[in-house]
Each structure stands twice: as structure tokens, then as C-alpha cells.
Design a protein around this ligand. Structure first.
Ligand code: DGY
Length: 323
């Protein structure tokens, strides 16, 4: 038996424990400088590889997949979202695609609450005032935000992350409304109010949290017409994918006062973001940090490795295959 290890390209610098296991089990082609690959670099680097470990933002589209070598058998993305991978194009070439579900649920739900509270409580303005040496002391009318206790939170997309957001929001005394392709069982619903039609949910959302995947149906879902259905002074939180919102409409709604604020961890076209967001002093903005804990990033990496090892080392179907 040959002891040749399958060659796997890692497009990004992954956490040390993940890279160590990758190097132990595979002939790993690493990216120590964490350069973001464009299509040409990707096509060059992947020569001779049987596996690809990529991440959110890598351009694994149909054009890139067409340039992959015939040796490539698996694309294991280090993410739960896989809209950056053209699964149909990969499947056509007989390449298996896998993702990393479950392990980033808690971390992402935590950041959703961080965005919700940060936006509601004007955290960005407070931080800016303090760090800009403009704080002259406590004042009865200073930085008054929006109370969350007793308010209604609408969640669009009640999968694992949406449900974990609901659990956390209940602890803040919020009432949960949700819309999802499928109604949850009463055990999962835990009293949350289901809206089969997401548009019908909007008037009930003092806070709206977007936790749906990016699909053709959800692209630019939160547009001007739908924002108009929200109560005046609502807060919108997005930790799903940037393109789920229409940036111009969202920014205009904060400017006009229709929305009190927004809390965003994801952006259309990131790392670039619509410059209008930076002109909103009350917007609470984070650079796509939902899963950014060491524990979570290790778990995501180990899950991606479980998938690579299953197929390339044992010839088994990977546990987290995307179809
Ligand atoms: C994912 O896994 O899809 C995340 O957005 C990366 O944190």
C-alpha cells in the first residue's frame, strides 16, 4: 500500500491546531501569509490536489471549478454558509462539497445579541465619545437608546442559529416571532409566534434579526417596501449574509429615523462595505465576527477535516455533505 498522503490545498491560514492536523494527515499546501486567492491563484495552487479546504469569500464559482484538476474530489468549506461554492457545478464534475454545520451556532447567536444590544443601546456612539475624549460625564439625557426587555423580536430563518438567538433573547424578556419555510415543532418553538408569510411578521418586529441563508429568494429581501412594514423606530440586525438586505434602503431608513438603528456583522461585497454605513454614527458594525472564537474556529476546522479525512483517507461519504 502506498503511504502517499492525498494533497489538500488550504486557501487560508487556519488556526494552529487545525493546520497541525491537516499537515499530519495530508500533503498540505498551506497559505501562511493568508493571501486571499483570486481565480488565477486558486487555479495555480490547486494543481495536483485531491482536496480543497476553502472558506467563506473564496471564489469557488462555476468558472473556478471548471479550472480545477480532474484529481480534485472534495471541496470542504470552513463555513456553514456555502453560497460561495457552486455546488451544482462541483457535483457535475463529481466533486463532493461539504460544510461545517452546528459548531458555530452558539458563537453566531452570541454575536447576534451583541449586534442587537449594541444597536439598541447606541454602543458605537458611546465608544466613540469615550475614545474621542468627548465624554464630559454622566447626563440624564445622554445616549438614550431603545429598551429591549418586553419588546418583540422577529427572526427570519429559524434554523439552528435562529433558535439559539431566540433562546438568548428570551432571557432578555423579549417575545419571539419567527418566519421560516417550515413551522417548528411546539418543543422547538417554545412559545414563539409563527408567521407563514414573512411579510406578515414585519409589523410585529420591534427588532428584526436576519438569520436565513443567502438564496435567490432571500437576496435583497429586506428592501424599502418591507422596511416600511416594520414599526417606526425598529432595529434591524443582520448576522446572516450581507446581500440579504438592500443597503441603500437600509441606510436611508436609518437616516430618515424610520429605523432607530442597525446592528450588522455581514456586508454585501465584504470586506468592502457601502460607505453610507460608516456615516451612520448609531450603526453598530462588526467585521464578520460571528464565528470568531478560538473554540468555534477550531471546531469548524476539525469538522472540515472530518469531511476531508472521511473521503480521502477512508473512502467514506463525508458526514457533512451538502446537496
Ligand atoms: C459561516 O460559517 O458561514 C460564517 O459566516 C463564517 O463565520
Amino acid at each position: 500500500m502506498s503511504d502517499r498522503k492525498p494533497r489538500v490545498l488550504a486557501t487560508r491560514l487556519f488556526p494552529p491546531a487545525v493546520q497541525a492536523r491537516l499537515q499530519a494527515n495530508f500533503d498540505a499546501v498551506l497559505n501562511p501569509d493568508d493571501v486571499v486567492y483570486d481565480a488565477d491563484r486558486l487555479a495555480q495552487a490547486i494543481a495536483g490536489c485531491e482536496g480543497l479546504m476553502c472558506a467563506a469569500g473564496d471564489p469557488v464559482n462555476a468558472a473556478a471549478i471548471a479550472r480545477f484538476p480532474d484529481s480534485l474530489r472534495i471541496i470542504a468549506t470552513f463555513s456553514v454558509g456555502y453560497e460561495h461554492v457552486d455546488v451544482a457545478a462541483a457535483t457535475k464534475r463529481g466533486i463532493v462539497v461539504t460544510n461545517t454545520p452546528d459548531v458555530l451556532t452558539d458563537a453566531t447567536a452570541d454575536v447576534t445579541l451583541l449586534c442587537l444590544l449594541g444597536a439598541a443601546r447606541r454602543a458605537q456612539e458611546g465608544i466613540d465619545m469615550l475614545r474621542g475624549h468627548r465624554w464630559i460625564g454622566w447626563a440624564p439625557t445622554q445616549l438614550m437608546g431603545t429598551h429591549v426587555t418586553g419588546k418583540r423580536l422577529g427572526i427570519l430563518g429559524m434554523g439552528r442559529i435562529g433558535q439559539a438567538v431566540a433562546d438568548r433573547a428570551r432571557a432578555f424578556g423579549m417575545t419571539i416571532h419567527y418566519s421560516n419555510r417550515k413551522r417548528l415543532s411546539p418543543d422547538e418553538e417554545k412559545g414563539a409566534i409563527f408567521h407563514a408569510d414573512p411579510e406578515a411578521m414585519l409589523p410585529h418586529c420591534d427588532f428584526l434579526s436576519l438569520n436565513c441563508p443567502l438564496t435567490a429568494e432571500t437576496r435583497k429581501w429586506l428592501n424599502q417596501a418591507r422596511i416600511a412594514r416594520l414599526p417606526d423606530g425598529a432595529v434591524v440586525v443582520n448576522t446572516a449574509r450581507g446581500p440579504v438586505v438592500d443597503d441603500d434602503a437600509l441606510i436611508a431608513a436609518v437616516h430618515s429615523g424610520k429605523l432607530a438603528s442597525v446592528g450588522l456583522d455581514v456586508f454585501d461585497g465584504e470586506p468592502k462595505l457601502h460607505p453610507g454605513y460608516l456615516d451612520l454614527p448609531n450603526a453598530f458594525l462588526l467585521p464578520h465576527m460571528g464565528s470568531a472564537t478560538l473554540e468555534t474556529r477550531n471546531a469548524m476546522g476539525f469538522r472540515a477535516l472530518d469531511n476531508l479525512e472521511a473521503l480521502l483517507l477512508r473512502g467514506e461519504t463525508p458526514p457533512h455533505r451538502v446537496v
